[in-house]
Design a protein around this ligand. Structure first.
Ligand code: NAD
Length: 306
């Protein structure tokens, strides 16, 4: 069995070494395609692969057509909107992600961005503190849960809204549960966004929702840019000079945000949430283990195209 790592942004060497160990211990062969610049290189590399480990790499119908021997694709990370799930199902290819492996890394970044924003982007002026403020966690999944854990240490009051997580689970972890996103945004000084990009959530963070936030509202986005209705957030920030927006996913209209709202807006130059040595290693090795479990024992625990 041949397992291909196909990453235009490579894993750290220590992660590749860890993946190799898992794959070779199972008696499989590991191939590596890193820093590829042309899709043709990917199409060529997948030809005889039985399994592929990717990061943000695009797996579409053309790649799946070229990968005649493919059985499984694992996205080392949480978001899998870079894989065409319908096409994968049609090609009888199992798609998995590695949930939770980078959650702490993203959560630490979210808290770091919060501090940065309330301290006026370290511009030398007096800011505010997080202690005693109400933090709204929009989606209580792997990242949201870690944000709650860390924010509690800051002395924040934790609220959450999740469309699917049972209320009792959130309550048992000391969270004040809201019944809608609207209720969450109205209640909280800071909202940290952790929803996936789905048909339902795309463009859902809009003027009406954010305008419900109290004076001095802060939105922290470490989720996906697609969930933001950029035109409406631009309008909201124009209408609300008190509102701040910080994001780990640079908006399409970044230049306009940066020019109009200097001092109230910040975007990381590249998505940095999962960019830690630990997350890299955890997600890569989890992907390798999931491939071995699937190919040897048919384990489909983290399958996302059921
Ligand atoms: P997760 O799957 O563990 O959690 C997602 C949560 O969203 C689940 O609890 C689910 O019930 C909830 N949810 C789904 N649809 C919802 C809706 N319409 N309304 C409210 N809640 C809803 O995912 P995660 O690992 O916590 O990741 C969260 C987000 O962070 C994803 O968008 C992911 O793509 C993004 N992410 C970003 C980075 C980064 O580098 N910035 C890294 C990893 C993940």
């Amino acid at each position: 069995m041949k397992v291909l790592i196909a990453t235009d942004k490579p894993f750290a060497k220590v992660a590749v070494d860890g993946i190799r160990k898992e794959i070779e211990a199972a008696g499989f062969e590991l191939a590596l395609l890193e820093k590829y610049t042309e899709k043709a290189q990917l199409l060529d590399a997948v030809k005889d692969a039985n399994a592929i480990i990717i990061r943000s790499d695009i797996i579409d119908a053309e790649v799946l057509d070229a990968a005649k021997e493919l059985k499984i694709v694992v996205r080392a990370g949480a978001g899998y909107d870079n894989v065409d799930l319908e096409a994968a199902t049609a090609h009888q290819v199992c798609v998995m992600n590695t949930p939770g492996q980078n959650a702490n890394a993203v959560a630490e970044l979210a808290l770091g961005m919060m501090v940065y924003a309330v301290r006026n982007f370290y511009n030398g002026t007096s800011g505010t503190e997080l202690m005693g403020k109400k933090l709204g966690i929009h989606a209580y999944g792997n990242v949201g849960r870690n944000v709650a854990r860390i924010a509690r240490g800051f002395g924040m009051e934790i609220y959450a809204y999740d469309a699917f997580c049972p209320k009792e689970v959130m309550e048992s972890e000391g969270v004040i549960v809201c019944d809608s996103a609207d209720e969450l945004y109205k209640a909280c000084d800071v909202v940290s966004l952790h929803i996936p990009a789905t048909a339902e959530t795309k463009n859902s963070i809009n003027y009406a929702l954010l305008n419900g936030m109290p004076k001095g509202g802060l939105l922290v986005n470490t989720a996906r840019k697609e969930v933001i209705n950029e035109a409406e957030v631009l309008k909201l920030m124009a209408d609300r000079p008190d509102f701040k927006y910080v994001t780990d996913i640079m908006p399409a209209a970044h230049a306009e945000f940066a020019e109009k709202f200097a001092g109230r807006y910040f975007a990381t130059p590249k998505k940095m949430g999962a960019q830690t040595a630990e997350a890299n290693i955890n997600a890569g090795i989890a992907a390798a283990k999931q491939i071995v479990g699937f190919l040897k024992d048919g384990c489909e625990k983290f399958r996302v195209n059921k």
